[in-house]
Ligand binder design. Structure first.
Ligand code: HEM
Length: 400
């Protein structure tokens, strides 16, 4: 069979980072070409857009292998659970995931996170206006994560820079690979210290983790930390941003949540579905497979469009509408099956605390009139900025 892949640029244009609306394209593809070969810089990939197909590919790890990640993000991460299959994946996952459960994290985690949120709000509260992306959602998860890892505060900004360079590997391989090496050189002395003298932080937990006599090598810990720096900083940031964007552009729903903060988890579930922070994941076919009647040969790359699956009209009524009152959602924003996001509970807790703090402190927050902001991106997705105005409330808080 001769393949005639559609150029990716024909579908989405030349600026995937600034892309505002992939959903019109996805809607057409779901209807007419649900499994479509697309030509990208790195070769051909089959773009899968229907909810049922995406979920099936995520669920069936025997037919749809994660080794695809070894050729992409694995080049800068090193070998981690996102590129492993079967027994190897299970073994590594049971070593690393207990360290990510919120209760396993340092001290009184919700209080620690709330303190960081309130510190950031203190930085702009008196001004009566702020950009909630630049001054809050961008920095908050990184600060939380650096504290969980136990990184010195003066290093946070630089570590974030390396994380951004890592995920830019497709755009700029040399910078991505250099960041990967720099991050390893930065982390190694911290590993040595925690091995000799464990503390309560995540690095200590990882270097001392043991399941059935197995431990992680230094290289495995460093690779997992590279994955976490990206996963911890680049995803929750967009979730918080998109949840705020959804509320700020739907003032009636914002008023409802401000009056009843127990609705915050529903807002987050809807934001995850409506503007999924991780829009695509990849797989490789372990053998020839058929999806929506289309045969894909063995050893082909697949791009599973989570962002499209979560807007599939056969699953979600009026899928383009932001509606916090939807029934419990079948979204796949955290993936599905064996590779389901290992940090989902941490991310949800962090995002919930952030939204609660913002709603409490900025009760009349609204978008600044006459300014523009938009949700952008094709791979990771979130609002570019959120200029707001408010009258802040001062609170007497007991810190942890
Ligand atoms: C809103 C925030 C987040 C979203 C939307 C998200 C999304 C995802 C998705 C879609 C996957 C599945 C990848 C696949 O199947 O190929 C995944 C896996 C993963 N996530 Fe997250 N994530 C988030 C936050 C986090 C955080 C905060 C952490 C860690 C602190 C984390 C750690 C991981 C890890 C380690 C995996 C790999 C699991 C495996 O392969 O078994 N994530 N995430």
């Amino acid at each position: 069979m001769t393949l005639h892949p559609v150029p990716g640029t024909e579908l989405f244009g030349n600026d995937p980072l600034g892309l505002r609306d992939p959903y019109a394209v996805y809607r057409r593809l779901r209807r007419d070409r649900p499994v479509l070969p697309v030509g990208m810089i790195f070769g051909t990939t089959w773009l899968v857009t229907r909810h049922d197909d995406v979920r099936e590919a995520l669920r069936n790890d025997a037919l749809f292998s994660n080794r695809s990640n070894a050729k992409g993000i694995g080049l800068v991460m090193g070998r981690t659970i996102i590129e492993m299959d079967g027994a190897e994946h299970l073994r590594h996952r049971s070593l690393v995931t207990p360290s990510l459960a919120p209760r396993a994290l340092r001290g009184d985690f919700p209080t620690l996170v709330a303190d960081i949120a309130h510190e950031l709000i203190d930085g702009f509260a008196e001004r009566g206006r702020a950009d909630l992306v630049a001054e809050f959602s961008f920095v908050y998860p990184l600060k939380v994560f650096a504290r969980i890892l136990g990184l010195p505060e003066q290093d946070w900004a630089e570590v974030h820079r390396w994380a951004i360079d890592l995920i830019g590997i497709a755009r700029d391989p040399a910078t991505g690979l250099a960041a990967s090496r720099t991050l390893a050189a930065y982390l190694q002395p911290l590993l040595d210290e925690r091995r000799a003298e464990p503390t309560a932080d995540l690095i200590s937990r990882l270097v001392h983790a043991e399941v059935a006599g197995c431990r992680l090598s230094d290289e495995e810990v460093v690779s997992f930390l590279r994955l976490l720096v990206v996963a911890g900083a680049e995803t929750t940031y967009h979730l918080i941003g998109s949840a705020l964007y959804g509320l700020l552009t739907h003032p009636e729903q914002l008023a409802e949540v401000a009056a009843d903060p127990s609705l915050v988890p529903a807002v987050l579930a809807e934001a995850l579905r409506w503007e999924s922070p991780v829009q695509i994941v990849t797989r490789e076919t372990a053998q020839a497979v058929t999806l929506s009647g289309v045969e894909v040969p063995a050893a082909e790359s697949l791009t599973l469009a989570i962002g499209s699956a979560n807007r599939d009209e056969t699953r979600f009524e009026a899928p383009d509408r932001f509606d916090l009152h939807r029934a419990p959602s079948e979204h796949v924003a955290f993936g599905y099956g064996k590779h389901y996001c290992a940090g989902s509970r941490l991310a949800e807790l962090e995002a919930r605390v952030a939204l609660e703090a913002l709603l409490e402190r900025l009760p009349d927050v609204r978008l600044e009139a006459g300014t523009e902001c938009a949700v952008v991106g094709l791979a990771f997705r979130g609002p570019d900025r959120l200029p707001v105005r408010f009258h802040a409330k001062t609170l007497a808080r007991a810190s942890a």
